[in-house]
Design a protein around this ligand. Structure first.
Ligand SMILES: *Cc1c(COP(=O)(O)O)cnc(C)c1O
Length: 450
């Protein structure tokens, strides 16, 4: 499969290059040239199949041209060593729990899949057409995080031979639960504690990618959510959701609601829909960062600085994957802006909620159903409650385990939520980190020495 850039000014890339580079030369996002439809017989059979088998079929559709079948099966099975169940919350609303992976958030699947795919390319010893050099020395993954991404990437790449991960995070600005998930791992994971804010971390990573001397010295890549190997595997979740709902006899008019920030997760669901997944319509639920919501209402995309909310993993003011959604529904910009907007609004609607509405939704849902929502899932649940029509059944993504936001959830609901064993295990580990200023010269000097 070949991948083209959403900006249309970069050379076509193969899968290896798209994965290793992440972003195309023209700063656009890679898109597969074709999205194959899955056979109807497969869709009909899914309710009888296990999550891993469904996922393997979907993975073949995306990656089967480029990765040997047995290897791809290993990658999928090794990535999905946990389930993603649907849990009934009300008569017509179900939670799709995407938090049963190692760091209790949905990003685990994309991060693990990408780590294993990169590991596969390295083992093949294939020369990757990026940066004019073959992959023959350690690949260094740089990732800036405000919390959740760092833990998913660090755990996904832990122990993968030939890859070293540097997680840059703002000192004192991530929660203790988040911090221990990437500072206690050791091995091929180094946590860099930057004396600054998240934007300083991101600036250090960007400067590193642009620094010629540094790129001569070491092979650098990113594990950002725009990477095709990170976002596409999330489609597995939606096929599984349909299969489980179909088995319950509830899939005839399925509405899928995705709490969204950078729009990678919902984008993978839309790719699933293009592959023939029978979902009637989608809802993108936002917190107070309502750029996509406004686009749906007005047809105008006006990015702005993000505002901080209770659902902080969705605090994004310029969602990267918006470009992919536009590309998908404009047939690579063949259609006009109006036609594209019309196609998008006929399939996707939006919602936006304040912190006060998130709190109120968490309390009401807990008292009426006993289900504990995390602040991100709360946006999804409420959007379904406000929009489902008679005959429709809604599924919303619970994108993180509520215990990941223990301080907030306890305070809002007046409970003492139990921390799952997996999370406690991280908290017992020894913190190791490298202190760093926000000055690029210091960071560069450090990398030049390793
Ligand atoms: C990353 C994240 C989101 C947003 O997902 P996108 O793919 O960026 O839209 C929502 N909830 C949680 C818990 C997350 O970590």
């Amino acid at each position: 499969m070949n991948y083209y850039s959403t900006n249309g000014k970069a050379p076509i890339a193969n899968l290896q290059k798209a994965v290793v580079k992440g972003l195309a030369e023209d700063r656009g996002l890679y898109m597969p040239e074709e999205i194959y439809k899955l056979p109807k017989a497969f869709i009909d059979d899914m309710p009888k199949m296990a999550f891993q088998d469904i996922a393997y079929n979907v993975a073949q559709n995306f990656f089967g041209d480029d990765v040997d079948g047995d290897a791809l099966q290993d990658i999928v099975y090794d990535t999905l060593q946990f389930d993603c169940p649907v849990v009934k919350v009300t008569d017509n609303i179900y939670a799709l729990e995407l938090f049963h992976g190692p760091t209790l958030a949905f990003k685990d699947v994309g991060a693990r899949f990408m780590a294993r795919l990169l590991g596969y390319f390295l083992r093949q010893g294939s020369s990757v057409g990026c940066c004019n050099t073959a992959i023959n020395k350690t690949v260094n993954v740089l990732v800036a995080t405000s919390g959740d991404t760092g833990s998913a990437v660090a755990n996904g790449f832990l122990g993968v031979e030939g890859i070293h991960v540097y997680v840059l995070y703002p000192k004192g600005k991530v929660s203790p639960i988040q911090e221990c998930q990437f500072t206690t791992l050791g091995k091929n994971i180094t946590a860099i504690e930057v004396d600054g804010v998240f934007d300083d971390c991101q600036a250090l990573v960007k400067s590193a990618f642009m620094d010629e001397e540094l790129n001569q010295h070491m092979k650098l890549t990113s594990a950002n959510s725009i990477n095709v190997a990170r976002f596409l595997p999330q489609a597995f979740y939606y096929f599984n959701a349909y299969a489980r709902m179909k088995a319950l006899g509830k899939a005839d008019e399925l509405v899928m609601c995705v709490p969204s920030g950078n729009f990678g997760n919902i984008c993978s669901a839309l790719f699933g829909h293009q592959m023939g997944l029978p979902i009637k319509r989608f809802i993108a639920a936002n917190n107070a960062n309502d750029i996509f919501y406004k686009y749906l209402q007005t047809g105008k995309y006006e990015p702005k600085a993000s505002v901080q909310t209770l659902a902080n993993a969705m605090d994004v003011g310029d969602p990267s994957n918006f470009a992919r959604i536009i590309n998908l529904y404009s047939d690579n910009r063949l259609l006009s802006e109006e036609e594209t907007h019309q196609r998008i609004t006929s399939l996707i609607s939006g919602a936006t909620y304040s912190d006060e509405q998130i709190r109120e939704t968490m309390r009401k849902c807990y008292s009426e159903t006993g289900y504990i929502l995390d602040p991100h899932g709360a946006c999804g649940f409420r959007a379904l409650q406000e929009s489902l029509k008679s005959g429709e059944v809604g599924v919303f993504c619970e994108t993180a385990h509520p215990a990941k936001f223990k301080e907030k959830v306890d305070e809002i609901l007046g409970i003492d939520i139990e921390i799952p064993a997996r999370l406690r295990a991280f908290m017992e580990g020894q913190k190791q980190s490298v202190e760093m200023t926000k000055n690029f010269e210091d960071f560069k000097a450090y990398l030049m020495r390793v």
